[in-house]
Design a protein around this ligand. Structure first.
Ligand code: BGC
Length: 405
C-alpha cells in the first residue's frame, strides 16, 4: 500500500458553466446562440441538484470538492452585483459543510459576463481592476465558509484558444508569416479573424491575466488575509529523448507554456493548483493508447508536472486531472496510475496536499458539447439521471484508504 499524508484532500472538480445549466448573459452562451459553439442548455442541472450530487460525492468517499463561481451570475452588469447569486453559492457551501467536504472555490473558470467580453474582456487595460473587484466581492461574502480560493483557471489555455487558435470566444486566430496557429475546423470558423496582430493581442491578454491575478491577490488579502489564494495552472509535460535539439525544444516549450506565466504570479500565490492532462516528448518513438479526446494516455506524467512545479516551493493541490472515457474501460487503471504518480512525487519531497479528479460529473466540454465523458458519474442528458461509473468505486477505495495499492 502506498499511503498518503494524513489530512490529504481527496475529491473531484467541476466548473460552473460546464455543469450548472441555465446561465445567460455570458460569452459562451452568446456564441452558442449564434451557432458557433454547441448549446449549453440545462447541462447536468447541477445548479438545482447540487445537494444530490454532493450526496454522491460523499458516498464516493470524497472529503474535498472543487467548483467555480459563475462571474455572469454575480456581476450581470458592470459594477452591479447580484446578492441572490451569492446566496445560492452560500447554500452550495453549506451543503458541502453538512457533508464534511472541504470546498475549493475557483473564482473564474473560462466564461465571461457578456458586458465584459463585448467591451474587450482581458484585452482591456483596466481588466485587472475589474477582475480584482469581482474576486474581492465574492471572497468578502464567502470567506466565512471557504478557505481556498483560486483566481484563474488555466490562463494560458484560455488565451491560446481565444487569441491564437481562434477556437473559443472571441475566436481570434494568430498568424506568423505563413504559419497559421490552430486548426480551422468547427463551426466557429466563420467567426474567426486571422491576423498577425492577434499574436500581440495574445501576449497582451496573458500579461493582463497575470496582472489580474496579482491585483486580485492584493484585493482579496486586504479583506481576507487568512484565506489561501492560488492560481490554477495547466502544466503540459514536455520531455525529450537524448537529442540536444529536442532537449532545447522541450525547455522552450516548458517556458512558453508554464514558466513565463508562473514567474509573473508566483510571488502572489499561497499555493498552486495543478491541472494535468497531456505530455509531449520530442523525439518520442513510443506509441500510446488514446483517450476519447484523442490525447495520449500517460497519467504517470503527473509526477513530472508536480516535480516541475516544486521549484516554486509552494504547496500544490491537484485541481484537475482525468480522462474522457465514455465506456469507462480505461478510467480505473488511469486513475490508479495517476495517483501512483502523485505518490511518487510526494515520496520524493514534493509538497502535494490534495487530488481532485476531473470531473465529478459528465459535463460540457469546450467547445465540443456533451459528447466527451470525463465524469465519475454519468449523466443521462434526457432524464438527468445520475449513474455512478464502476471506476468511481476504484477511486472511492483510494480516497477512503488514503492510499493506492
Ligand atoms: C479545463 C476543463 C476541461 C478539461 C478537459 C481543463 O483544461 O479546466 O474545463 O473540461 O480541461 O478538457
Amino acid at each position: 500500500m502506498k499511503t498518503f499524508p494524513d489530512g490529504f484532500y481527496w475529491g473531484a472538480a467541476t466548473s460552473a458553466f460546464q455543469v450548472e445549466g441555465g446561465i445567460t448573459n455570458m460569452d459562451w452562451e452568446h456564441a452558442a446562440s449564434q451557432g458557433l459553439v454547441p448549446k449549453l442548455g440545462r447541462a447536468a442541472d447541477h445548479y438545482n441538484r447540487y445537494e444530490a450530487d454532493f450526496d454522491i460525492a460523499k458516498e464516493l468517499g470524497h472529503n474535498a470538492h472543487r467548483f467555480s463561481i459563475e462571474w455572469a451570475r454575480i456581476e450581470p452588469e458592470e459594477g452591479k452585483f447580484n446578492m441572490d447569486a451569492i446566496e445560492h453559492y452560500k447554500k452550495v457551501l453549506e451543503a458541502l459543510k453538512k457533508r464534511n467536504i472541504t470546498p475549493f472555490i475557483t473564482l473564474w473558470h473560462f466564461t465571461l459576463p457578456l458586458w465584459f467580453s463585448e467591451s474587450g474582456g482581458f484585452e482591456r487595460k483596466d481588466s485587472p481592476q475589474i477582475f480584482a473587484r469581482y474576486c474581492a466581492f465574492v471572497v468578502k461574502h464567502l470567506q466565512e465558509r471557504c478557505r481556498y480560493f483560486s483566481t484563474i483557471n488555466e490562463p494560458n489555455v484560455f488565451a491560446s484558444h481565444g487569441w491564437l487558435f481562434g477556437a473559443w470566444p472571441p475566436f481570434k486566430r494568430g498568424r506568423l508569416l505563413w504559419i497559421k496557429f490552430g486548426k480551422p475546423d468547427g463551426t466557429w470558423k466563420s467567426a474567426q479573424t486571422l491576423s498577425h496582430s492577434n499574436i500581440l493581442k495574445y501576449l497582451r491578454v496573458t500579461n493582463n491575466l497575470s496582472r489580474s491575478h496579482n491585483a486580485a491577490y492584493d484585493a482579496i488579502k486586504d479583506i481576507a488575509p487568512n484565506v489561501d489564494v492560488s492560481i490554477v495552472k495547466h502544466v503540459r509535460v514536455f520531455q525529450a529523448n537524448w537529442n540536444p535539439l529536442n532537449k532545447l525544444l522541450a525547455c522552450i516549450a516548458r517556458y512558453a507554456q508554464s514558466g513565463r506565466f508562473l514567474n509573473q504570479v508566483v510571488k502572489k500565490c499561497d499555493s498552486i493548483g495543478l491541472n494535468y492532462y497531456r505530455h509531449t516528448k520530442f523525439g518520442d518513438t513510443q506509441t500510446y493508447a488514446l483517450t476519447d479526446m484523442g490525447w495520449k494516455i500517460f497519467p504517470e506524467g503527473i509526477e513530472f508536472a508536480l516535480k516541475y512545479l516544486s521549484r516554486y516551493k509552494k504547496p500544490i493541490y491537484i485541481s484537475e486531472a482525468g480522462i474522457a472515457d465514455a465506456k469507462d474501460t480505461r478510467r480505473a487503471d488511469y486513475i490508479q496510475r495517476q495517483v501512483t504518480g502523485v505518490w511518487n512525487a510526494i515520496k520524493d519531497g514534493v509538497d502535494v496536499r490534495g487530488h481532485m479528479y476531473w470531473s465529478l460529473l459528465d459535463n460540457y466540454e469546450l467547445a465540443l458539447g456533451y459528447e466527451k465523458r470525463f465524469g465519475l458519474v454519468e449523466i443521462n442528458y434526457e432524464t438527468l439521471e445520475r449513474r455512478i461509473r464502476p471506476s468511481a468505486l476504484v477511486y472511492k477505495r483510494i480516497c477512503e484508504n488514503n492510499a493506492v495499492e
